[in-house]
Design a protein around this ligand. Structure first.
Ligand SMILES: [Zn+2]
Ligand SMILES: [Zn+2]
Length: 212
């Protein structure tokens, strides 16, 4: 599996194109907006989009999902159903953050802990990691030791928990009990900012590092 990060929206959200090198099929994680940029990359890498995967219901992660799905007839998978309220209030979110208008939607498939998602010949594991939002999920590809963690964990930081139904203790537990056990060598793409590894964060992160 190959991956390409495509920053989208004014929040520079790390929308990620996952590519099955063997079949040239691709999936897009968190198309928050700027779908013309995403489609340009799809063309540049000569891949065929097969699915849309969503980590959580915030507009910078999902704002372009329905339009992209409609345009290419793609299924949307994720997040966990606990984020239904966030997806239903997308039009409010778009006004609140001055984003292009977006309408509420439901994905074709809600995900739960232990699910698998797939495209081409690639399968990823699903981890339910509440805290930033109650229905946040993380995707993990064991063979390439790559995780897509949305707004759960960042290089040197963790996700905000001051939104309705955000929960700091849940977030720390999600990171320590579900992400870190995947291995120190695992690289992760966060929703914003540079990549890091679970090992580096376990050592140095001021919120979930070993000295806390
Ligand atoms: Zn978020
Ligand atoms: Zn975000």
């Amino acid at each position: 599996m190959d991956f390409k990060i495509i920053p989208v929206t004014k929040f520079h959200q790390n929308c990620t194109l996952l590519i099955c090198k063997k079949t040239k099929k691709a999936a897009v994680v968190d198309p928050g907006g700027d779908i013309e940029n995403i489609l340009a990359k799809v063309k540049e890498y000569e891949v065929t989009l097969e699915k849309i995967f969503l980590t959580h219901g915030h507009i910078d992660h999902v704002g372009g999902a329905q339009a992209l799905a409609d345009q290419l007839s793609l299924p949307i998978e994720g997040p966990h159903i606990e984020d239904k309220a966030w997806l239903q209030m997308l039009s409010t979110q778009s006004e609140m953050f001055s984003f292009p208008p977006a309408q509420g939607f439901n994905p074709d498939r809600w995900l739960v802990q232990g699910d698998q998602i797939s495209f081409g010949e690639i399968a990823l594991e699903v981890y339910h990691c509440p805290g930033h939002t109650p229905g946040h999920v993380v995707f993990f590809h064991p063979q390439s030791k790559l995780a897509l963690v949305g707004d759960v964990l960042f290089k040197g930081s963790i996700g905000r928990t001051d939104f309705p139904r955000g929960n700091y203790e849940d977030l720390v537990r999600s990171i320590r009990e579900k992400l870190f056990p995947l291995g120190d060598e695992v690289q992760f793409v966060p929703g914003h900012g540079p990549m890091s590894t679970f090992g580096l964060e376990r050592e140095t992160n001021p919120f979930v590092g070993k000295n806390i």
